[in-house]
Ligand binder design. Structure first.
Ligand SMILES: NS(=O)(=O)c1c(F)cccc1F
Ligand SMILES: [Zn+2]
Length: 255
């Protein structure tokens, strides 16, 4: 796994004291189910995505991501622990070389073979994604665990596009990758890749989605970290090590 625990000489913005990685709210973390605190004031998460905002899928050398047109409020989430609505920018996955590990977050120290992150930014308060990345309430990421089980139709659409990685999509509705069970945990955290800024309200769904062996192994593990012509390095184990909980409480939307 990549250890992004490197300290960056990040410029601090006069407008907002930037929390440097190695700070007090880093991600991912282990979610100890019995230590999570039910918060009755947490609202249900409201998700409304417009499939036509889907742009393309590409390999950024660290994961593969599907990017969305975030120039309007067509694909947004609101409610849950969030004070504003947040715009969908992209989703990506983290996975392991084998099915024993791969997720970034763990539940009672259990790893899942992969984890989906749907990245949203607070376009109500900040003019650009890049600025939101630097602010404590700038981002909201929905985390969904993947476990091995039956074939997942929605994911297959993505898997089919992977070989031709720079793939133009016409439409894709990422809500098909989110379990219908409304239960989630939430905590204040950070990006798990550079710049590791402490700007993420994490919303981790309690229920995993099921995908079959081939979808995880063929799809994710055929991707490469390297570009054409370089000596091939399979893209696996692209997850950050667990970070200390420090002075944080994980809240649950369920009892
Ligand atoms: N892994 S993560 O969801 O924290 C993440 C990234 F990888 C990249 C950009 C934003 C972001 F939020
Ligand atoms: Zn991620």
């Amino acid at each position: 796994s990549h250890d992004w625990n490197v300290l960056f000489p990040l410029t601090s913005h006069a407008s907002s004291p930037l929390s440097i990685p190695g700070g007090t709210r880093q991600s991912p973390i282990n979610i100890q189910w019995r230590d999570s605190v039910y918060d009755p004031f947490l609202k249900p998460l409201k998700i409304s995505y417009d499939p036509s905002t889907c742009l393309h899928i590409w390999n950024n050398g660290y994961s593969f991501l599907v990017e969305f047109d975030d120039s309007t409020d067509k694909s947004i989430i609101m409610g849950g622990p969030l004070e504003n609505q947040y715009r969908l920018k992209q989703f990506h996955f983290h996975w392991g070389a084998i099915n024993e590990w791969g997720s970034e977050h763990t539940v009672d120290s259990k790893f899942y073979p992969a984890e989906l992150h749907l990245v949203h930014w607070n376009a109500v308060v900040y003019p650009t994604f890049e600025e939101a990345v630097m602010e404590g309430n700038g981002l909201a990421v929905i985390g969904v665990f993947l476990k091995l089980g039956k074939h997942h139709e929605g994911l297959q659409t993505l898997v089919d596009a992977l070989p031709a990685i720079k793939h133009k999509f016409d439409v894709f509705d990422p809500s098909c990758l989110i379990p219908s069970c409304p239960d989630y945990w939430t905590y204040a955290g950070s990006l798990t890749t550079p710049p590791l800024t402490e700007s993420v309200t994490w919303i981790i769904k309690k229920k995993p989605i099921e995908v079959d062996e081939n979808q995880v192994s063929f799809a994710f593990r055929m991707l490469l970290f390297t570009s054409d012509g370089e000596e091939e390095k399979r893209m696996v184990d692209n997850f950050r090590p667990l970070q200390p909980l420090m002075d944080r409480t994980v809240r649950s939307s369920f009892q």
